[in-house]
Design a protein around this ligand. Sequence first.
Ligand code: ADP
Ligand code: NI
Length: 223
Amino acid sequence: MKKVEHMYSELIKNAFTLVKQEIKSNVYGHDFWHIERVYKCALYIAQYETCDLFIVAFSAIFHDFYDDKFNSDTKKKEKKEGVKKFFLKNKISEEITDKIFTVINEVHFKGSHVDDAVSTKEAMIVQDADRLDALGAIGIARAFACGAYFNQNIYEPEIEPQAHYSFNEYRNNKTTTVNHFYEKLLRLKSNMKTEKGKEIAEERHVFMETYLEKFFNEWNMQL
Ligand code: ADP
Ligand code: NI
């Protein structure tokens, strides 16, 4: 953890500044603090793995920078170009930049029944770190915040959780935030890619199950 921060402290600081400028006003659970948590968590997991810390650090910092949830295709292209320029200006090779873009592309959840295999150890680490922030106490808070962005109800008994077999199905699925727990969040634990990720997910998963039990007790007026 110390190594990459020490060697590239200026570059990391500048990358964070760029990210902060772009996403300062996201109130849907995708604010700057999500990026900081994923970054810290990724470097924490990386301590237990053999990997390229530079790729891990910068993939974590930019992982949601041009996220499709909040950016049109045009905006997405524009922002990705901005990241490219940032690396170019700082003399980072095209090969490394491309590796970082591959990690970012692979980490995102694409649907309950869509293969989420990744091709590198760095992607495993960043995917696990990102997913851990969707679990536990913070994960619950983020889900309800994000649900507001999608204009979803907290819960709607008549809407069943859905299985998605493509990214389009997932993205276009009209759901509720409680359903999102069953469609995505509770499925993450068994798909964690690193040992540390699995360990941390276990405890956060149990907490969410307890939360849902309480939610339904209250919903059903079990007083
Ligand atoms: P990914 O790109 O893998 O979705 P992100 O960090 O961008 O990862 O976003 C994940 C967060 O967004 C999770 O905390 C999740 O709860 C929230 N989220 C995504 N879709 C929904 C949804 N339909 N309802 C509620 N929360 C959602
Ligand atoms: Ni994220």
